[in-house]
Ligand binder design. Structure first.
Ligand code: NCD
Length: 322
């Protein structure tokens, strides 16, 4: 991460000010966020219990792209930390009258909002806003283009740690599918590399594999070979909305080559876990019996997203140990 991006995200005192990317965030910061999330999970015992951490604060969800789980999860996370939550309705807002994102944000800032959760189709929008907000106001990236989705990367790391333990070095983790358009894949690669995963693999058709994956990632086009011996299989959706042209043949052919079914899953370790950030396209990247099967932790990911987002927001407002 460029030094200025690091300075943007971490104050001089090392405190988290914004979360726009996991790229370059020190391991200690990632581990602290995972530990904080675990402490919240323990404190709330998996029940709906409100903590006073964000009392008197206002969190605004600014989603310029569709979302089901991420938006709901941020909303619940904020309200379980006792914040006031505003869900900004982009479809019925002045954005449709041509107001810029920054002017929208300035308007909401003037109403004393403290934390903005931003999803946007343009890469870099959350970073741009983070550079322009008032002191004391925080930005959390909830997904920008194909660039980053840091809370998803964190909740996936949390889920892997919860199932496989904290010794990431001995793990084999495979990400499969549309890596090229996936902000989830990028944030996962940043987190998993920093946490020290020993065997990091990606697999997909050549047209969907970026060329700038960086060191330490094994690239496969053959899914059967890629699966051998891995502990974690993370499936990704074909992001057709980000493709200018058809980059894969038919969905049926895609499933034949890159769909995870029971036969393929048996090539991974017998205790391998299956992940997917959602939304899933059953029968395209994953078979229903695998998605709903005993090795699937897909709904765990959703549950964990809540405590991880609570941890991120708690750290952004500078709350001590939860
Ligand atoms: C993903 C996203 O929007 O980046 N979903 C999510 O946030 N859980 C992945 C996707 O859209 O395929």
């Amino acid at each position: 991460m460029a030094a200025d991006l690091r300075a943007l995200q971490l104050g001089d005192d090392g405190r988290l000010r914004h979360l726009v990317t996991l790229d370059g965030l020190p391991k200690a910061v990632l581990v602290d966020l995972l530990d904080t999330a675990a402490a919240i999970a323990a404190a709330t015992g998996g029940k709906v219990k409100k903590l006073p951490v964000l009392r008197g604060r206002t969190v605004v969800n600014l989603f310029f792209e569709p979302s089901t789980r991420t938006r709901t999860s941020f909303e619940l996370a904020a309200s379980r930390l006792s914040a006031d939550v505003v869900n900004f309705d982009v479809a019925n807002s002045s954005t449709t009258k041509g107001e810029s994102v920054l002017d929208t944000l300035r308007t909401l800032e003037a109403m004393h909002c403290d934390l903005f959760v931003v999803r946007h189709k343009e890469n870099g929008t959350p970073e741009y806003l983070a550079r322009h907000v008032r002191d004391g106001v925080s930005i959390v990236n909830a997904g920008d283009g194909n660039n980053a989705h840091p809370t998803q990367g964190l909740l996936d790391a949390y889920t892997i740690r919860a199932h496989k333990g904290a010794d990431f070095q001995r793990l084999g983790v495979l990400l499969v599918g549309d890596i090229l358009h996936s902000r989830v894949a990028r944030s996962n690669l940043h987190a998993l590399r920093t946490l020290g995963v020993g065997d990091l693999r990606v697999c997909g058709p050549r047209a969907l594999l970026p060329t700038d994956l960086g060191a330490g990632v094994q690239v496969f086009e053959d899914f059967d070979r890629a699966l051998r011996g891995v502990d974690v299989v993370m499936m990704l959706r074909l992001q057709k909305e980000r493709m200018q042209e058809a980059l894969v043949p038919s969905e049926a052919e895609y499933f034949r080559q890159y769909g995870l079914d029971a036969r393929r899953l048996s090539l991974a370790r017998p205790d391998a876990i299956v992940m997917h950030p959602g939304p899933m396209n059953r029968g395209v990247e994953i078979a229903s019996d695998v998605a709903d099967g005993p090795q699937s932790v897909i709904l765990d990911q959703v549950s964990n997203g809540l405590v991880v987002r609570m941890a991120v927001m708690a750290r952004l407002v500078g709350a001590g140990p939860v």
